[in-house]
Ligand binder design. Sequence first.
Ligand code: ZN
Length: 171
Amino acid sequence: MLKPIRLSDLRQMPQQTQELEFKQFFQGFDSLTPVEGYLQVSHRGHFLEVSGRARTIVTLTCHRCLQQFNHRLNVEFEEIILIREPSPDPLPLELELKDEDLLESLPPGGELDVEDWIYQHLHLEMPRQFPCRPDCRGIRVETPEPLVDPRWAALASLAVRLQQSPRKDSP
Ligand SMILES: [Zn+2]
């Protein structure tokens, strides 16, 4: 279990930074091996800087041939989380939306739920459409006979027979 990091605790730490390592399964995230990695969380005054790395093995389903296969997942984390009080009033409509409005934010007295944060980012990094191997040719489907007028079909099969060996095998 990874404990949430309180921002007030983080401010007391050397360089306002906490590093942690983990090797565990995450509930709701299916992996064959424990997710192994590290995370570094730094308090930079007005924002948190979260970075790290994780790796594990997951089972994916090939989107071409639908077979399951194991895939090594290597994830690099990097995110800026703004530290600010949630604004009680909605922004005036005439106010231009700035980039920072799109970022996640935490209140100064809040905490970063590390376990949930990693869980969310693992999900974001899961490949959606991935072939079992680069040259997977997918499911081989028998090409259905094209629909043709039966009269033309009779002629076509006759033509095929004429092109093949002149000797016929049928009795
Ligand atoms: Zn495949």
